[in-house]
Design a protein around this ligand. Structure first.
Ligand code: NAG
Ligand code: NAG
Ligand code: NAG
Ligand code: NAG
Ligand code: NAG
Length: 417
C-alpha cells in the first residue's frame, strides 16, 4: 500500500468513528428531548433500544405477540387511551389547517382525540418523531391526492413539527405543492394536490368546484414531474369519483386545443382509467427504491340510521365510535377499493411493490371523528343553515388530532420497521 493510500485510510479510520459518534450523540439528544415532551406509548414490538424496553415493562399490554408477517394491522379495535393520546396539541400545531381544527372552532367534547388503533394480532410501534425524522434524512415524502390525503399530511406534519425548533423548520405553500421542511434532517414532507391523479379541470388547489369534470387522458406526466423524485409516495384518490349523477369527461388532446375531442365515461370507468395510467407510469418510470403506498377510501358518516340514530342525523353531535364489529356504511364503494387492490396486485406481478394502507374499515367505526360544524367554512353560512347544524356538517374530513393520526401510525410502521 503506498503512502497516499495509507494516509487517506488513516483519515478515513479517524473520520468514520468520529462521524458515527456524532450521529449517535445527535440521535440520543433527539430521543431524549423528544421523550421529555411526549407521552409514553405502549409497545410490544421487538425494539433495540433499552429505553424502550424500560418503557415496555411499565406499560400493560394484553397483546403479547410481536409484529409478525401474518398480522393484519387493519383489523382490530379502537382503545380509549387518554394517557397516551393525543399525540400533539391541535391548538399548538403551527401548521394546522382551519378546516380540520375542531378544537379551535369550538368543539368541546374532545374524546375523539383519545382513541388508539389496536390491531388484533399485534401492536403498532410507538410513534417516535425523532426516529421517523432520522429515517427521513436526505429524503422526500410526498402525499399525492385530494383533501383527505391533505388531511393526513397535516396530521403527519403536526406529529413531527413540535419536535423541531422553529428555526429548523419551514413551510412553503406553492400552488398545488405544499412543502414542510425539517432542515437539520434535510427532509421534506410534502403534499401535492391532484384529486384525480391525472390532469383535470379540478387541479387548481383553491378553485376546483366545477359543475362538470374533465380529465385529460395520457396526462399523468404533468403531475408525476412534481413527485417523481420522492423516496416515499403516499397516494389516494376516491372522493372525486364519487359524484352521483355526474359523468367524467375525458379529453384526448390538450386543454388548449380549439376543437376538443371529448369522450364521456361513467365516473368509475374514469377511475379505472386513472389507475391504469398511474400504475403504467410507475411501472415504467419509478425509482425502484422508492416506497409506494395507496390509501384506501375514507368513509363518511352522513346517514345516522346506519348506526341506529335518527335518519335525519349525521356525524353532528356524535361523540362515541361505533363498536359494532365490521360496521360499514352503505356509502363506501368497495368496488372501487377492489379496483385499487387489483391494480396493486398487477403492479406486484411486474415487480413494483405498493402497499395498500387499508384504512377503510378502521375509519368506518369513527362517526365521532369528523369536524361536523367545528371547522372554518370558506363561505358565509345562512341563518337557515345555522339553525340546523346537521345541514352543513362536514362528515367527510377528520378532526385533528384524530383518526388520520392512526393512519400515519400505520404508515410509520411500514417505514421504520
Ligand atoms: C381491509 O381490511 C379489512 C379489515 O381487516 C378487511 O376486512 C378488508 O377485506 C380489507 N380490504 C382490502 C381491500 O384489503
Ligand atoms: C438533501 O437531500 C437531497 C435529496 O432530497 C439531496 O439531493 C441533497 O444532496 C441533500 N443535501 C445534503 C446537504 O445532504
Ligand atoms: C413554485 O413552483 C414553481 C413551479 O413549480 C417553481 O418554479 C418555483 O420556484 C416555486 N416557488 C417556490 C418559492 O418554491
Ligand atoms: C346535540 O346534543 C345535545 C346534548 O346532548 C342536545 O341537547 C341537542 O339536542 C343535540 N342536537 C341534535 C341536533 O341532535
Ligand atoms: C361574510 O360575513 C362577514 C361578516 O359578517 C362579511 O364581512 C363578509 O364580507 C362576508 N363574506 C361574504 C363572502 O359574503
Amino acid at each position: 500500500m503506498n503512502d497516499m493510500a495509507k494516509k487517506s485510510n488513516n483519515a478515513a479510520a479517524l473520520l468514520v468513528p468520529f462521524l458515527f459518534s456524532l450521529i449517535l450523540v445527535l440521535v440520543i439528544a433527539i430521543s431524549l428531548s423528544y421523550d421529555k415532551v411526549n407521552r409514553i406509548l405502549p409497545i410490544s414490538t421487538v425494539e433495540h433500544q433499552e429505553q424502550e424496553a424500560m418503557m415496555r415493562s411499565s406499560t400493560v399490554s394484553d397483546e403479547s405477540s410481536t409484529e409478525s408477517e401474518g398480522c393484519d394491522l387493519f383489523s382490530g379495535r379502537w382503545v380509549f387511551d387518554d394517557e397516551r393520546r393525543p399525540l400533539y396539541s391541535g391548538l399548538q400545531c403551527e401548521y394546522m389547517h382551519d378546516e380540520v381544527a375542531c378544537e379551535k372552532y369550538g368543539r368541546r367534547n374532545l374524546k375523539h382525540q383519545q382513541w388508539r388503533w389496536q390491531p388484533n394480532g399485534c401492536d403498532i410501534p410507538r410513534f417516535d418523531a425523532g426516529k421517523f425524522l432520522t429515517r427521513l434524512i436526505g429524503k422526500r415524502i410526498v402525499y399525492v391526492g385530494d383533501s383527505l390525503n391533505r388531511n393526513q399530511w397535516v396530521s403527519m406534519v403536526c406529529m413531527v413539527e413540535s419536535f423541531i425548533s422553529s428555526e429548523s423548520k419551514s413551510m412553503i405553500y406553492n400552488g398545488s405543492l405544499m412543502s414542510f421542511r425539517a432542515k437539520d434532517f434535510n427532509a421534506s414532507i410534502d403534499f401535492y394536490w391532484s384529486p384525480l391523479l391525472l390532469e383535470s379541470n379540478c387541479d387548481d388547489p383553491v378553485n376546483h368546484r366545477k359543475t362538470n369534470r374533465i380529465m385529460r387522458a395520457n396526462s399523468i406526466e404533468t403531475h408525476a414531474r412534481q413527485w417523481a423524485d420522492a423516496d416515499i409516495l403516499v397516494f389516494n384518490s376516491y372522493l372525486w369519483w364519487k359524484q352521483p349523477g355526474m359523468k367524467m369527461k375525458v379529453l384526448h388532446g390538450s386543454f388548449e386545443d380549439e376543437i376538443k375531442k371529448v369522450e364521456e365515461l361513467e365516473m368509475v370507468e374514469g377511475f379505472e382509467l386513472a389507475l391504469k395510467e398511474w400504475s403504467g407510469w410507475l411501472e415504467l418510470n419509478q425509482n425502484p427504491n422508492a416506497k409506494l403506498f395507496f390509501v384506501s377510501l375514507s368513509p363518511t358518516h352522513v346517514w345516522g340510521d346506519e348506526w341506529g340514530a335518527a335518519s335525519n342525523q349525521n356525524c353532528y353531535n356524535e361523540t362515541e365510535p361505533i363498536h359494532r364489529e365490521g360496521y360499514a356504511s352503505r356509502g363506501s364503494d368497495h368496488k372501487m377499493l377492489h379496483m385499487v387492490e387489483n391494480t396493486i396486485m398487477k403492479m406486484r406481478r411486474k415487480g413494483l411493490s405498493v402497499q395498500l394502507l387499508n384504512i377503510t374499515q378502521l375509519s368506518e367505526y369513527r362517526k365521532d371523528g369528523h369536524p361536523s360544524v367545528y371547522r372554518r367554512y370558506w363561505v358565509n353560512l345562512t341563518q337557515e343553515q345555522l339553525a340546523n347544524p346537521t345541514s352543513y356538517s362536514d362528515c367527510t374530513h377528520w378532526c385533528l388530532p384524530g383518526v388520520p393520526d392512526a393512519w400515519n401510525e400505520l404508515l410509520y410502521s411500514y417505514i421504520v420497521l
